[in-house]
Design a protein around this ligand. Structure first.
Ligand code: BG6
Length: 369
């Protein structure tokens, strides 16, 4: 059942091109327009939504954080992302025009379920993005958009994460289409770009020899930092979470822009730091700002492990290692740039002799609050 792989985690990392492709499948009509038939929410209600709140835990919350950048850009609706267990305790401002999106692989996470109940009590419309059919969260939500990642057995999430981002993007594009935003003309292009993602993920997996090798040498590392910016920021957080979960190594993700406001004090000679570099084709000179960050930490002795697009040679003078990902439109980049980080965590945990499928103290679905 592991399909020839040593662990479920390794298998599920390799399942990712299919998880994304299957989540996209059958969601457009012959004219290329999005059709989310399962979302039985009155279109009039969706047209009136004036705020979206994503509630989720762990990796699913990082998928929400990634999606926030895309949905706000495409729909011009404000999006908040809240950890499900914090949501109801802050007396959130929720009403009939709020769309609450609950993201969960298992559909059983009690913290997320309680957030769903609270949102419904406040009159919000609740849409679930869930992988497991027939689970509790979609039963209680007003609508469900299933991810088609297939069963995820390893406790730490990999393919469900990519499928969650994909589904949340479909939701964002659907809302843009429905509401006729300025962005409508570009929807077909984004869908085409999304359909090209599985092949790019496959290339990252096939080319991951070096990241596996480096991870194999790092079994004794005591701390790894991750920096990213814009959509790369939640990717950095997810990279750190994977390493904590699988390898029990202290890891932290930061927004690269925050570096000079504190985290740079952590940099000492030899400190490994992953940096997720935004596309040089992106907006607002983010690329050059992140290159400067790499330069700053390298000058203080950090060991810089850089994830950068193919052809981005600006990183070369400051990178101890470069892990390449294919050129990808900015908002879709997390779907490829997180993959080397998953592989890194999996390999490092294996090098430490740990059980990557069943990490200590963790459960696949946490059905208590
Ligand atoms: C945690 C799991 O308990 O729950 C994480 O260890 C997972 O891997 C998180 O991301 C959320 O789970 P779910 O099923 O709601 O996506």
């Amino acid at each position: 059942e592991k399909g020839g792989f040593a662990t479920f985690m390794d298998k599920e990392i390799h399942d990712q091109p299919k998880a994304v492709a299957d989540t996209l499948l059958g969601r457009t009509d012959d004219a290329g327009r999005l059709r989310l038939d399962e979302v039985h929410v009155d279109e009039a209600v969706l047209r009136q939504v004036d705020k979206i709140i994503v509630v989720a835990c762990g990796t699913a919350a990082y998928a929400g954080q990634v999606a926030r950048y895309a949905i706000e850009h495409w729909c011009r609706i404000p999006v908040e992302v809240e950890l499900a267990h914090e949501f109801r305790y802050r007396d959130p401002i929720v009403d009939a025009r709020t769309l609450v999106v609950a993201v969960s692989q298992s559909g059983e996470t009690m913290d997320t379920l309680m957030a769903v109940r609270h949102a419904k009590e406040q009159g919000a419309t609740v849409l679930a993005i869930v992988n497991t059919h027939g689970s509790t969260i979609p039963r209680e939500a007003d609508a469900v958009l299933y991810t088609h990642a297939g069963p995820e057995i390893a406790v730490a999430s990999t393919k469900a994460f990519l499928a969650q981002i994909t589904a949340a993007y479909l939701l964002g594009l659907y809302l843009a289409q429905l509401r006729g935003t300025k962005f409508t003309d570009e929807i077909t292009d984004v869908l085409d770009d999304l359909r090209g993602i599985p092949e790019k993920i496959q290339r990252v997996i096939d080319g991951a020899g070096r990241v596996r090798e480096i991870a194999g040498w790092m079994a004794d590392t005591s701390s790894v930092l991750f920096l990213g910016r814009h959509v790369g920021y939640p990717v950095a957080m997810e990279g750190a979470l994977k390493l904590k979960e699988l390898a029990y190594i202290h890891a932290e993700g930061f927004a690269a822009g925050e570096l000079k406001h504190g985290p740079i004090a952590l940099i000492e000679p030899g400190q490994p730091v992953f940096i997720i570099v935004p596309s040089p084709r992106g907006r607002d000179s983010l690329h050059s700002k992140v290159i400067s960050n790499i330069q700053e930490i390298r000058a203080r002795g950090a060991r810089t492990l850089v994830i950068a697009e193919e052809g981005d040679d600006d990183v070369l003078p400051f990178a101890d290692e470069v892990f390449r990902v294919p050129q990808t439109p900015v908002l879709l980049a997390p779907l490829v740039s997180v993959v080397p980080l998953q592989i890194f965590a999996c390999e490092l945990a294996t090098a430490r002799g740990l059980d990557v499928d069943q990490p200590r103290n963790l459960a696949k679905s946490v059905t208590v609050e």
